[in-house]
Design a binder for this molecule. Structure first.
Ligand SMILES: Cc1cc2nc3c(=O)[nH]c(=O)nc-3n(C[C@H](O)[C@H](O)[C@H](O)COP(=O)(O)OP(=O)(O)OC[C@H]3O[C@@H](n4cnc5c(N)ncnc54)[C@H](O)[C@@H]3O)c2cc1C
Length: 402
């Protein structure tokens, strides 16, 4: 009997893990099980072109359907795994069927966190293609839009709503936008970007309730401020799908704890992508990331490790966001910096390097400057301590700064 690898979650990490297993020479069965009815597709367009394009774009699949057939990867879509039984090495599907595995990958990602306030169900949330389609339809009729949350997703939705001509207000509980992803200087750039586009971005506003008001809604904040809207959207973070792992007794730390090869605390069970809290050799501790490149490369690396070709996963964290025509990219971990050196800061361009106490570069934030991001990624990986004076001089290309 050939060996059986089951992947729970047919998202980006799960799809790439399946490909990684084959790349590494695994010849047994691979079964990719996903709750959504689609094969793995890209989520980044959901908050961007999916909302703004005049014609609804087709889903951006990672791989054509034939690739799965060619690679001998079995897809079981529209099917949810309800239980993992590690001692028996079996899973139970919704409906009761049980399947045996030799190795299991949990790549269940996450879902949009719901606002825990009175009337939170009146807001629309975004994680899946179906949710994006629902928002797309409603955005076309909305004149007055309130976005709750100024994280990456909330701000991208705000930018898309603005591009469609709506009057947009963003309410953020924290003191600055994109709080966990950028430095205070980066946050100010983002604030200016939205102000320049006509979005009203208000920080320190804690939403307490959403009330229906005829055909529209009233968003009520703790300080008594009220905003009326004909569409309320919330981007208040992602909740990892941890139930299966928790019930199976796996060690969790806000995500499923895995080593640098994706192995969990339970023999034969692995985890990858957004759902994992993975050990990163460069930082010497565990990280949880929610980004496109991580989902792809972690999925690939863990898939290969499951097929017997382990190489420690040590990608430098990286993500991008598109807002009001500006492409903002962040490499490394800016939030952990002791000091930020701003190289460029004007209405359309921004580059800032982030250093820890001893001057080692830990991150770079750059708007419309992908080359700088590439240079900084190499510096971060190498643990460079660049000369601060040269770093601060925008006339010196970043790749020449040592
Ligand atoms: C709107 C949006 C825009 C984004 N834009 C960017 C961007 O611009 N740049 C960037 O770097 N990143 C972006 N991201 C983040 C990136 O898309 C995610 O990090 C990536 O999708 C994570 O992949 P994943 O496979 O780990 O999880 P997911 O994509 O969440 O996939 C997990 C899959 O598992 C399925 N599943 C869960 N539980 C079960 C179960 N019990 N049984 C069966 N199936 C199950 C789910 O239905 C889902 O399909 C964006 C994300 C969103 C939502």
């Amino acid at each position: 009997m050939s060996e059986m690898h089951i992947i729970v979650g047919a998202g980006q990490a799960g799809g790439w893990a399946a490909m990684g297993m084959r790349q590494a020479g695994f010849t047994g069965r691979i079964l990719l099980i996903g709750e959504e009815p689609w094969r793995p597709y890209e989520r980044p367009p959901l908050s961007k072109a999916m909302l703004t394009a005049p014609e609804e774009p087709p889903p951006a699949y990672f791989h054509p359907a034939e690739r799965y057939a060619e690679q001998g990867i079995e897809l079981m879509l529209g099917a949810a795994v309800e239980e993992i039984m590690p001692t028996e090495r079996r899973i139970r599907l919704r409906g009761g069927d049980r399947l045996a595995y030799d190795k299991l990958l949990i790549a269940t990602g996450g879902r949009a966190r719901r606002l825990p306030v009175h009337g939170g169900e009146h807001a629309l949330y975004l994680r899946t293609l179906d949710e994006a389609r629902a928002i797309r339809v409603r955005l076309r009729e909305a004149r007055r839009v309130v976005c709750i949350g100024a994280g990456v997703i909330g701000l991208e939705i705000a930018s898309s709503a603005c591009a469609l001509g709506a009057q947009v207000t963003v309410l953020e509980a924290l003191a600055a936008p994109m709080g966990r992803c950028v430095s205070p200087e980066g946050a100010r750039f983002v604030e200016r970007l939205h102000a320049g586009a006509g979005v009203e971005l208000r920080c320190g506003e804690i939403v307490q309730a959403i009330e229906r008001d005829g055909g529209s809604f009233r968003v009520i904040c703790r300080d008594g401020v009220e905003e009326s809207a004909d569409l309320v959207l919330a981007g208040v973070g992602m909740e990892r799908n941890l139930m299966l792992a928790r019930d199976a007794g796996l060690v969790l730390e806000g995500g499923i704890v895995v080593d640098e090869h994706g192995a969990t605390s339970e023999p034969g069970i692995y985890a990858a992508g957004d759902v994992a809290a993975f050990y990163h050799p460069l930082y010497g501790r565990r990280l949880r990331l929610e980004s496109w490149r991580h989902a792809q490369n972690h999925g690939l690396a863990v898939g290969r490790a499951m097929a017997g070709d382990p190489a420690p996963y040590e990608d430098v964290p990286w993500f991008w966001t598109d807002q009001h025509g500006v492409n903002l990219q962040v490499a490394g971990l800016p939030a952990e910096a002791a000091r930020t050196i701003v190289r460029v800061d004007n209405d359309k361009a921004f580059t800032a390097a982030h250093l820890v106490e001893d001057g080692t570069i830990i991150g770079l934030t750059a708007a419309n400057a992908p080359r700088d991001i590439r240079a900084a990624t190499a510096m971060i990986r190498a643990g460079r301590r660049p000369d601060p004076a040269r770093l601060a001089d925008p006339a010196i290309p970043l790749q020449s700064v040592q």
